[in-house]
Design a binder for this molecule. Sequence first.
Ligand code: EPU
Length: 429
Amino acid sequence: MDRIRISGGRRLNGSIPISGAKNATLPLMIASLLTEDTLVLDNVPRLADVNLLQRILGNHGVDVMVGGKRLGETAYEGQTLHISAARIVDLTAPYELVSRMRASFWVIAPLVARMGEARVSMPGGCAIGTRPVDLLIMALQRLGAKIEIDGGYVVASARDGLKGAEIDFPKVTVSGTHTALMAASLARGTTVIRNAAREPEIKDVADCLNKMGARINGAGTAEIVVEGVARLGGARHRVVPDRIETGTYAMAVAMTGGDVMLENARAELLQAALDVLAKAGLEYNETNRGLRVARNGGPLASVDVSTAPFPGFPTDLQAQFMALMSRADGTSRITETIFENRFMHVQELARLGARIHLEGETATVEGVERLKGAPVMATDLRASVSLVIAALAAEGETMVNRVYHLDRGFERLEDKLAACGAAIERIAG
Ligand code: EPU
């Protein structure tokens, strides 16, 4: 298993290209199941999760062609995938695959909408809590799918197709909204989705579905209306920039000090996080190249934060922000409201010298003057990267183990940081 070695204490200066969003790419790839025509996705990040989903889709009969290098293109530019689900040969998503990536459960929606049947393994436990799929099932049932649970599998069927319906989500869910959108696109009649997730990735998927011929209005707001169509066709779509990668590097710069241009980043995708970071002492301004972030001198102020669905402060930046606050002046309170138990990073940050007290869903972080390098590991993607942020500012050497979690969601993390002056290297294991 690869490890990453970091010697802390260097400022970050330079530029970091922001990749396409993992959490838009995965549902966009899954949306390819809705049509027999080819879906072309540009700006796809090179991530382990993308490769794994390619395998999962391959099991259903989907061909994925990865475009080769084009003249003048650098290795930092995203890749282009040509995805064709012309013939679906298998309606089952097996446990061995679904248990490795929760989002692959979402194939249930396009499969039942287009093929009238799907058999998808329940995803099972996960490092960040129980993460049930009851609301995804509820959405499919509202659209007329019959659902049975059989041997750990959710079997959805709709022999005569799905029918438009009103879907009121009792809580905001990204996965539930993706499921409802994809299924409703091919349902007969009109669907109204209320209390829909407003995350930019939902809007990005809806934009792509509309290019494929869907009739979706209101994506990005809490009420989405979908007029079902009989079939969808091919399209070409560019994946939205990754707001979580953007926020993560912004926090790294806030942590170490320095001045970095986050190429292609867009402020409106993470305004709540930028507001919090500005209070903590980060300067930022948006240019036509991206988002420039800087902290030159001056202490880090402590800020209280509570995670919330978009447009609130994202749960996917909570761990990174906790790392930042571990060096701030004073005490901050960080509350996690989306996932119970998304605090695996607390014990590992403590190994670097952070002082964090956990009570229920709130962590109280007492800023310390210095962190000290140590061997650490984490069992979740965002938790792992929070350790990298802490290590960049820690004295001495930190070894981050189990790097495969980072590879699931951060493209060339060590290259991007090293190019800005960080002492960071991957050790193949
Ligand atoms: N929930 C239910 N029932 C359901 C579905 C969700 O109770 O049927 C609950 C969840 O347990 C959670 C809350 O609703 O407490 C929100 O879950 P949501 O469905 O919004 O999350 P998700 O779709 O499973 C996506 C991202 C996560 C991100 C969350 C929240 C992808 C592939 N995953 O998960 O990203 O944290 O939205 O924004 O898009 C990550 O990238 O590291 C990651 C975990």
